[in-house]
Design a protein around this ligand. Structure first.
Ligand SMILES: *[C@@H]1O[C@H](CO)[C@@H](O)[C@H](O)[C@H]1NC(C)=O
Ligand SMILES: *[C@@H]1O[C@H](CO)[C@@H](O)[C@H](O)[C@H]1NC(C)=O
Ligand SMILES: *[C@@H]1O[C@H](CO)[C@@H](O)[C@H](O)[C@H]1NC(C)=O
Ligand SMILES: *[C@@H]1O[C@H](CO)[C@@H](O)[C@H](O)[C@H]1NC(C)=O
Ligand SMILES: *[C@@H]1O[C@H](CO)[C@@H](O)[C@H](O)[C@H]1NC(C)=O
Ligand SMILES: *[C@@H]1O[C@H](CO)[C@@H](O)[C@H](O)[C@H]1NC(C)=O
Ligand SMILES: *[C@@H]1O[C@H](CO)[C@@H](O)[C@H](O)[C@H]1NC(C)=O
Ligand SMILES: *[C@@H]1O[C@H](CO)[C@@H](O)[C@H](O)[C@H]1NC(C)=O
Length: 342
């Protein structure tokens, strides 16, 4: 196999010289219907006059903010468009990354983006996709001072917003692995009748105004590794997870109640567990120490009671532990700092 590949790459330049069409067929990949769907999508939104040149992603990395779709046009291959990635062999669009693209407008269920059936990664975070209209009366004040970095939306005031209902109309994104709509001013509940996204590995909807209970389809996703629903208004209990591959779960800053799900205590690869600023109750089971890979455990500002599992002091990977503002008793011998601000 290795030989065959090597030979191909060696003769590739000759093929290019011999047959221009062979090479152009490789560089012009984007099928027409995909380009059309993307252009339709582009025209559904306006570019906001938000003066900030930067935004922060979920892990607080600074990202330059600029209107990526402005340069999209018919004269170039859509696979070369900013934010678009295609499958190397089929040319179908597999990734759309429009984070921090100053897009503004409503996301309808008939959106052409639903025609991109091969989409694997969709990053729409840090836009105002769902806000239909920003009243000039309220204005839009974007203050990205260092102090406010943690609260992504703190400086933004949106008067009217859209919802995530379009997700329930989706039947075509069966290959979607990554969906990020965080920091977008979405309101209302997550639809409960979403199906067909069984390959979803990462779902990020943090820093919106979502409310209602967290629907069961999320908890039954078999390959889920990352779930970010922090900084919303979700209420009700956290259900048991079907996935055993969770790595990062953040549900902090909501109004969730009930116990910490047991299914979280036998994950093999859990690194981050952030549940602070909710109303979780019950005890912290000592089996939490079975989570050998856990690096961040943030359960602060809840209603947890009982004793603090002593074994927490022996967890070698743990570098942030916050159990403050609960009704917990006991001490642990540690070499790390307790109450580190997340
Ligand atoms: C079309 O796209 C190309 C590449 O992104 C860009 O250089 C060019 O300016 C665009 N043309 C128009 C009319 O926007
Ligand atoms: C989208 O692009 C930004 C950088 O511009 C990157 O940080 C982010 O991880 C990308 N999203 C996905 C889903 O790959
Ligand atoms: C999509 O739906 C919206 C709202 O229902 C409607 O205003 C718009 O005309 C529709 N667009 C197309 C292309 O059907
Ligand atoms: C999902 O539920 C919403 C609200 O109950 C409803 O409007 C929508 O038609 C449902 N979608 C599908 C595809 O059944
Ligand atoms: C969710 O918020 C909307 C207002 O944005 C409100 O009308 C609705 O009652 C809320 N639902 C729940 C379950 O809290
Ligand atoms: C927190 O949950 C308890 C039940 O565990 C309930 O009695 C209490 O009202 C809740 N507090 C808030 C602020 O929702
Ligand atoms: C804290 O827990 C103790 C039992 O461990 C209980 O007696 C007490 O009422 C609890 N306090 C609050 C404020 O919930
Ligand atoms: C914690 O440390 C103190 C003093 O360093 C020691 O007396 C105590 O036995 C330790 N407790 C545990 C549970 O290891």
């Amino acid at each position: 196999m290795g030989y065959v590949k090597l030979v191909f790459f060696m003769i590739f330049p000759f093929l290019c010289q011999l047959s221009l069409s062979f090479c152009s067929s490789l560089s012009h990949l984007c099928p027409k219907d995909q380009a059309l769907a993307l252009l339709q999508f582009k025209h559904m939104f306006t570019i906001s006059h938000d003066p900030s040149d930067y935004c922060f992603d979920i892990t607080d990395h600074l990202i330059q903010s600029y209107p990526k779709t402005l340069s999209w046009n018919k004269s170039t291959d859509c696979c070369s468009w900013d934010g678009v990635s295609c499958d190397e062999t089929t040319g179908k669009v597999i990734e759309l990354n429009l984070t921090c693209s100053k897009l503004q407008g409503k996301f309808h269920s008939n959106s052409s983006v639903f025609q991109l059936s091969n989409l694997k990664r969709l990053d729409l975070s840090n836009n105002n996709f769902f806000g239909s209209f920003i009243s000039p009366k309220f204005g839009q004040v974007v203050v990205y001072s260092l102090e406010q970095r943690g609260l992504h939306t703190s400086g933004r005031i949106h008067s009217n917003s859209g919802q995530l209902e379009f997700l329930s109309f989706n039947r075509i994104w069966t290959q979607l692995e990554w969906l990020d709509c965080s920091v977008n001013s979405v309101t209302g509940p997550i639809p409960s009748n979403v199906s067909g996204m069984q390959n979803l590995q990462s779902l990020r909807l943090s820093s919106n105004h979502l409310n209602g209970t967290t629907p069961s389809w999320i908890f039954s996703l078999p390959s889920l590794t990352g779930l970010e629903l922090s900084d919303n208004h979700f209420s009700g209990n956290i259900q048991e997870f079907k996935s055993k591959t969770l790595s990062r779960v953040s549900l902090k800053q909501n109004q969730l109640q009930g116990p910490i799900p047991k299914s979280l205590l036998n994950q093999r690869d859990l690194h981050y567990l952030l549940f602070s600023h909710n109303n979780l109750s019950g005890q912290i089971a000592s089996t939490i120490c079975n989570l050998k890979t856990l690096g961040v455990l943030d359960l602060g500002s809840n209603n947890l009671e009982g004793t603090i599992p002593l074994c927490l002091g022996e967890m070698s990977e743990l570098w942030v532990l916050d159990l403050s503002s609960n009704n917990l008793s006991g001490t642990i011998n540690t070499t790390f700092s307790i109450g580190t601000n997340l």
